[in-house]
Write a new protein. Structure first.
Length: 513
């Protein structure tokens, strides 16, 4: 295999194959995108060689199938096409992932830049701060790219920043870099420039939240059309034609992954991260054994799904815990700021605060009790099992400010105000989207009412329609959960929808008449 790849690599320079080899054909595009995320061109080259090999083999096999078996296998040609484009897909996906991570880190980085500017420091010192952090993954990469450019080309740090502006071209990160450079050339203080950028960034976040509410309403209209109107029309025509082609009812379900992807692309990044433990994965696998229970198919599927949601419930509680802690942080930061005015450092202030008297959520009090223990052991401020990225960044900012000593504590009030603005916008957005949870709960009733109304003219059995109601209701609950909770995890709604669907399936079809 290795020798064949070496031979294939040499054939890339032959006139005939060089014109169609993906690495040569897309070389300019590859280099442009690699300059953005700082990837390895040799890795892309190796991937191109392997994808070209698989492309040639799969194209030959599918060509033989089409030649001998007919045009029915022509759709399989999409496989070698995707394999051939794999290097391009890889670099574009890597670029999008990198830019997405940059945008996630942009606000805490900007806040840190402003805090540094308030202390008379600039962009270089801010990069040094994040370079010591394990959370600022993308900006550590940015610093590495800038430094590497300076070393290889004998350029200064500012030249490296200008190079990044040229490579990234557009986006908020380019605006941040440009503001930092223009502030130096125009004599405007870094603090003023960074504060203006943060205000613009917070404004963009609020605008993105408002736009998402409108976008979510549009997505719900599409979901309604696909998952309610299409099945009802299909059931009606099936009954009129006396044709029992149940596969047509699966067509709306095929759109679910595309709609889920549409929602994911449209959503602002809320920093929510779902962690599923090894024991939970084992439990999910073992729960499939419940499908062998001696009940009807609807009940077996429902019981199995209920078991999976009970297994995932701890992960859901972690998300709720992190949201509570994030909501309490403005109060905590103000309290820390009051103690620092008395001359205490950030860690010393945390140890002296009585969190039970602040009216905080219980998870927040428990979290800071653990933080106190870690501080007492001489460790940094500890975020432990926290999964929410925004909470982690706030904790990391506190660690960075604490390392700065007396200078860092002077800007805690500004940090508290910024975090309060963020949490207020998040709370408002989640409140506006909460109606989707209600919509998910009434979905089983809506489907049951619709299908039982036309069951007498359809050729489908009540058991088939019961499975249809359960499958559609759970799928829509997943999409509504993604819309409103920014994650697929919502066991409370899923359990409720499953129980409602099972109970409705027991009701006699003629109940409405």
């Amino acid at each position: 295999m290795g020798r064949f790849l070496e031979f294939l690599d040499r054939t890339r320079y032959f006139p005939l194959l060089s014109t169609i080899h993906p690495f040569n054909l897309f070389l300019r595009l590859i280099r442009q995108n690699i300059e953005v995320y700082g990837g390895s061109i040799s890795r892309v080259e190796n991937l191109s060689n392997r994808s070209f090999l698989i492309f040639l083999i799969s194209l030959s096999l599918i060509g033989i199938l089409v030649w001998h078996m007919g045009i029915y296998f022509v759709p399989l040609l999409i496989i070698p096409v995707l394999v051939y484009l794999l290097p391009v897909i890889y670099i574009l996906a890597s670029k999008m992932e990198y830019l997405s991570r940059l945008n996630l880190e942009l606000l805490p980085f900007s806040i840190l830049l402003y805090l540094n500017a308030s202390l008379g420091k600039g962009l270089y010192e801010t990069f040094n701060d994040v370079n010591q952090s394990s959370l600022f993954i993308a900006f550590r990469k940015e610093f590495e790219i800038i430094q590497r450019y300076g070393i290889f080309h004998g350029k200064s740090f500012l030249d490296g920043i200008q190079r990044r502006i040229k490579n990234l071209r557009t986006g908020l990160i380019v605006k941040l870099y440009s503001s930092s450079l223009s502030g130096q050339f125009l004599g405007v203080t870094m603090g003023q420039r960074s504060l203006e950028f943060i205000n613009d960034l917070l404004g963009n976040i609020r605008e993105a939240f408002n736009n998402y509410v409108s976008k979510a309403s549009e997505i719900v209209e599409v979901i309604f059309s696909i998952f309610l109107l299409v099945p009802l029309v299909a059931i009606g025509f099936q009954g009129l034609s006396s044709n029992n082609n149940g596969e047509i009812l699966l067509i709306p379900l095929l759109f679910a992954p595309l709609i889920y992807l549409w929602i994911s692309v449209s959503q602002p990044n809320m920093g929510i991260h779902v962690k599923i433990g090894k024991l939970q994965l084992v439990g999910l696998l073992l729960s499939t054994a419940l499908l062998a229970l001696p009940f009807n198919l609807l009940l077996r599927v429902g019981i199995t799904f209920l078991a999976t949601q009970l297994i995932l419930f701890p992960s859901y509680l972690v998300i709720k815990r992190d949201e509570s802690i994030l909501a309490d942080f403005p109060t905590i930061l103000r309290e820390i700021g009051d103690f620092t005015k008395l001359g205490y450092g950030i860690r010393a202030s945390i140890q002296r605060i009585n969190f039970d008297e602040l009216g905080l959520h219980k998870p927040t009090v428990k979290f800071f009790d653990n933080v106190k223990k870690q501080i007492g052991m001489g460790n940094n401020i500890y975020f432990g099992s926290i999964q929410n990225e925004q909470v982690k960044f706030i904790v990391e900012l506190l660690n960075i400010l604490d390392r700065k000593g007396g200078e860092g504590v002077r800007v805690l009030q500004e940090l508290s105000d910024m975090i309060y603005s963020i949490t207020l916008s998040r709370t408002k957005l989640q409140r506006e989207l909460s109606t989707f949870n209600i919509l998910a709960l009434i979905t089983p009733v809506l489907f049951w009412f619709s299908t039982t109304s036309i069951e007498t003219i359809s050729s489908f059995s009540s058991s088939t329609l019961g499975l249809l109601n359960l499958g559609y209701s759970l799928t829509l609950s997943l999409l509504y959960t993604k819309l409103s909770k920014f994650t697929f995890l919502n066991p409370v709604v899923y359990i409720s929808v499953t129980l409602i669907s099972i109970l409705l399936s027991i009701l006699p079809p003629g109940l409405l008449s």
